[in-house]
Design a protein around this ligand. Structure first.
Ligand code: SF4
Ligand code: SF4
Length: 310
């Protein structure tokens, strides 16, 4: 039996994906031009991997030669809880409160692809979540999951922007969905709220100034210009998404149990004596693992230094 779009949507929803959209395989001309301009200004900071594989980012048929369409998926991770602002603790970005989303989504993608293959054994696919040479946000926009907000996250009209994106390149010619128009309008809430002025123009983030980059991917010291500007985030930053009216009006509770918070606020003293193996034992299943023990020690010390002097 030939695989239908409805079967893909139903199978994805059965696995808990909140959003499903489709786009046709195409070269990403304007997206790659924008990426090149962004890289040219060194806005990728230390993320040198962003400079690699531009050919694959531009043309997904290098990754899967038979690719005809993309299935874009969204998984809502919003938990309807706030920070308690515990004394001497650092805040963790919402996406990292629970189990590592890569592990959760890879498992769902494997299951989805095997279900679709069972329905039609001609189905060939290659899937990505956040890793690999893929313009994940660009495909999510093309597949109609939402529009790119001025803070550069994708916003869906029904659930806001608290969702992870996955993409499946595949060899079926599914009818593309319509792209959603940009509903940011004249709003500048995210730009105004960013404490480090990292949104240097609409839709453009300078990672050198972004707390999310500075606390996770960054391998260097955090410089004094950021003293007192982290709003107590020790890992990541949610400020631009927190102030977005689309999140305030439309975010809904995630149904994914694995996103139940484990690390929402972390004791700043916890990392002082922590060894690498203790860190791995505690955080190996958490996105916090990405910052490594060295990064978390640095982040904790940075917040503590400021707190001690204020
Ligand atoms: S994540 Fe934080 S620092 Fe980065 S752009 Fe958003 S508000 Fe600014
Ligand atoms: S805060 Fe306003 S400008 Fe920023 S992404 Fe949301 S709607 Fe767009």
């Amino acid at each position: 039996m030939a695989l239908t779009k409805k079967q893909v949507v139903d199978s994805a929803k059965d696995l808990g994906f909140d959003l499903v959209g489709f786009s046709s395989i195409q070269y990403l001309h304007s997206e790659i031009e924008n990426l090149k301009k962004w890289l040219g200004k060194n806005y990728n900071a230390g993320m040198k991997y962003m400079e690699e594989n531009l050919d694959k980012r531009f043309d997904p048929t290098i990754i899967l030669p038979t690719a005809k369409s993309v299935i874009s998926l969204g998984l809502n991770y919003h938990i309807e809880e706030d920070f308690e602002n515990l004394p001497n603790h650092g805040k963790v970005s919402r996406y990292a409160w629970g189990k590592d989303y890569h592990i959760i989504i890879w498992e769902k993608l494997d299951q989805l692809i095997s279900t679709l293959h069972e329905i039609d054994n001609k189905f060939e696919a290659k899937s990505y979540v956040d890793t690999g040479p893929v313009m994940d946000k660009a495909w999510a926009v093309k597949s109609g999951l939402g529009w790119m907000g001025k803070h550069s996250n994708i916003i869906n009209r029904n659930i806001g922007s608290w969702f992870f994106i996955a993409n499946i390149f595949n060899n079926f010619d599914f009818e593309p969905d319509k792209q959603i128009e940009d509903f940011c309008g004249t709003c500048t809430a995210c730009i105004d709220a960013c404490p480090t002025n990292a949104i240097v123009e609409d839709y453009v983030i300078d990672s050198n100034k972004c707390i999310s980059y500075l606390t996770i991917e960054n391998k260097n010291e955090i410089t004094d210009e950021f003293n007192g500007k982290f709003e107590n985030f020790i890992f990541g930053c949610d400020i631009c998404q927190d102030v977005c009216p689309w999140n305030n009006k439309f975010s809904i509770q995630s149904l994914e149990k694995e996103f139940t918070p484990i690390f929402k606020e972390i004791d700043l003293n916890e990392f002082e004596e922590m060894t690498n193996s203790q860190f791995m034992k505690k955080f190996s299943m958490s996105p916090i693992n990405r910052a490594r023990v060295k990064g978390m020690k640095r982040n904790a010390q940075f917040l503590k230094d400021f707190n001690d002097h204020s």
